[in-house]
Ligand binder design. Structure first.
Ligand code: GLU
Ligand code: ZN
Length: 293
């Protein structure tokens, strides 16, 4: 069997917080425990939402926590030409089309776009670009969460691959880049379970293999919100790296010996690689941070 290729793909809209650390740790351990590669990709697709310096701060924090990645970091901001080439191809083939619907018009449809502009023939310039979806179910067996599927027509609708302001959509970029980088195992937060069927359809259209998926529990705040900058969750601190890593390992159902707290992050990650048990991760979509040991 080929060695796995995993990746961590943070968005630099904030610093590394506990929830993203848990996702980084799970993908790292899952790949490295099997002798595989682990890549880091910066998903800097949305400059207006970026926090200045966050991309570098995330990388420095990963280093302080003992993570080592293979090869250079891929920046999605450097990949626009590749994204645009695919969009142009799909527009020309009639698989994608321009949508001029206003936010207000879209509000009525609860996020499932009913295809209003499908046959309108709007010019592509200055419009959002949507991909037509087939009236089919797309599903997969998540390594942790079990079977998950959605009917793309009923549950999702034709979805945006390039926004009206010209920014490329996460769904398209993530699929193209996972394929480019040869990622075999996507390990990420369970908030992205509902994006996966769209990504499976994109892979089918592009003729690229689907990776295996493992969606780890999302770490939530007491109010049930995802941890993140928006809810002012604290960035993880470099000086407590070992203690925070132990909490992250426990959140993933691993059982680090308490004495490891006094070891360096490097030593701790070595222990964690040798003892990694993916099957011990709690089979839930979210965990409240406050309830973690
Ligand atoms: N950039 C995405 C995020 O930070 C993760 C993408 C992925 O892992 O597929 O939520
Ligand atoms: Zn429209």
């Amino acid at each position: 069997m080929h060695k796995p290729v995993g990746r961590f793909a943070p968005t630099p809209s904030g610093y590394l917080h506990f929830g993203s650390l848990v996702a980084a740790l799970a993908s790292y351990l899952d790949a490295r425990a099997q002798g595989g590669q682990w890549l880091v990709r910066m998903e800097d697709l949305d400059p207006p939402r970026e926090v200045a310096g966050a991309a570098d701060a995330i990388l420095r924090t990963l280093e302080a926590y003992g993570f080592e990645w293979d090869g250079p970091v891929l920046y999605q901001s450097q990949r626009h030409a590749a994204y645009q080439a695919v969009i142009d191809q799909w527009l020309a083939a009639g698989l994608a089309y321009a949508c001029t619907c206003s936010r207000k018009t879209l509000e009525a449809f609860n996020g499932v776009y009913p295809g209003l502009c499908r046959d309108a023939g709007h010019p592509w310039q200055g419009a959002a670009i949507r991909l037509r979806v087939p009236q089919l179910r797309y599903g997969f067996d998540d390594r942790l969460q079990g079977h998950f599927e959605q009917h793309l027509g009923h549950d999702v609708g034709d979805f945006v691959i390039r926004r009206r302001d010209g920014l490329y959509a996460y769904q398209l970029a993530v699929v193209l880049d996972d394929a480019l980088q040869g990622v075999t195992d996507v390990v990420r937060g369970a908030d992205l379970l509902g994006s996966t069927p769209r990504q499976l359809y994109l892979q089918e259209l592009l003729g690229v293999p689907a990776p295996r998926y493992l969606h780890v529990p999302l770490i939530t705040q007491p109010d049930g919100h995802k941890l993140g900058k928006r809810y002012r969750s604290a960035p993880v601190q470099a000086q407590y790296a070992s203690a925070v890593l132990i909490r992250a390992l426990r959140a993933l159902g691993q059982r680090p010996e308490p004495a490891l707290e006094h070891e360096t992050p490097h030593t701790l990650l070595g222990w964690a690689r040798a003892h990694w048990a993916a099957h011990a991760i709690p089979r839930v979509a979210s965990l409240a941070e406050a309830q973690l040991a």
